[in-house]
Design a protein around this ligand. Sequence first.
Ligand code: PEP
Length: 256
Amino acid sequence: MSRRTPIVAANWKMHTTVRTAAELCQALRESIDEVRGVEKVVCPPFVFLALVQQALAGSSIKVGAQNVFWEEKGAFTGEISPPMLSDLCEYVIIGHSERRKYFGETDETANRRLKAALAEGLHPIFCIGETAEERQAGRTEEVLLRQVRQGLAGIEIPLGFVVAYEPVWAIGTGVPATGEIANEAIALIRRELASLYGGQLAEAARIQYGGSVDGVNIGEFMAEPEIDGALVGGASLKADVFTTIVAEAARLKGTA
Ligand code: PEP
């Protein structure tokens, strides 16, 4: 049994409608509310946060947002601030590779978002990962260390801080990493956390794997000692598949 409580989070990305978001919540309430020993988080688009919060109220399933801006308020059309989120959810994904790739986000903007989210009492899910080109060039270690150091610069991480190791080449491609590759990268990330924050905070940090996780390959990742759950995109939109992922995480890693 793992000493860290694993965390499985659903990133719905830019999917669902009012109707399908409500249906998915209803199905998940029925299937995973009772699963113990693993933290479960659903991250819908901003516009469905209130709906999802209500639909999951009183259940063991937590709610997260997919991003957050660093300013508290002001003339920032289209942006969402930490205080806006803190009434609606506990978690927030920060630095996702799709934000970095399509919306110009960087280690520096991830750092600003992380600081603002933590100051507001939100729990970040801090995403990092190398591209295929970086891995092929033998630069994985350098890239991950840079992302950790710059993303977390000037930040004191709390106990149980969540990092998602998501190799960019595995996200949404149907080509997951292997358990061994993910475990190796996550061990490196934990060693870096230990050198920045000391062994206790590093050992308590939850480091997920993300990238084409499904109901079949989840077991391979959960069998690895360093991997503390999963960040799940595409497969989280199917209630039955997400249920299998959560159940497998609980079976292989659950703390209950
Ligand atoms: C993600 O969105 O973080 C992700 C890992 O997506 P997918 O599971 O679809 O690869």
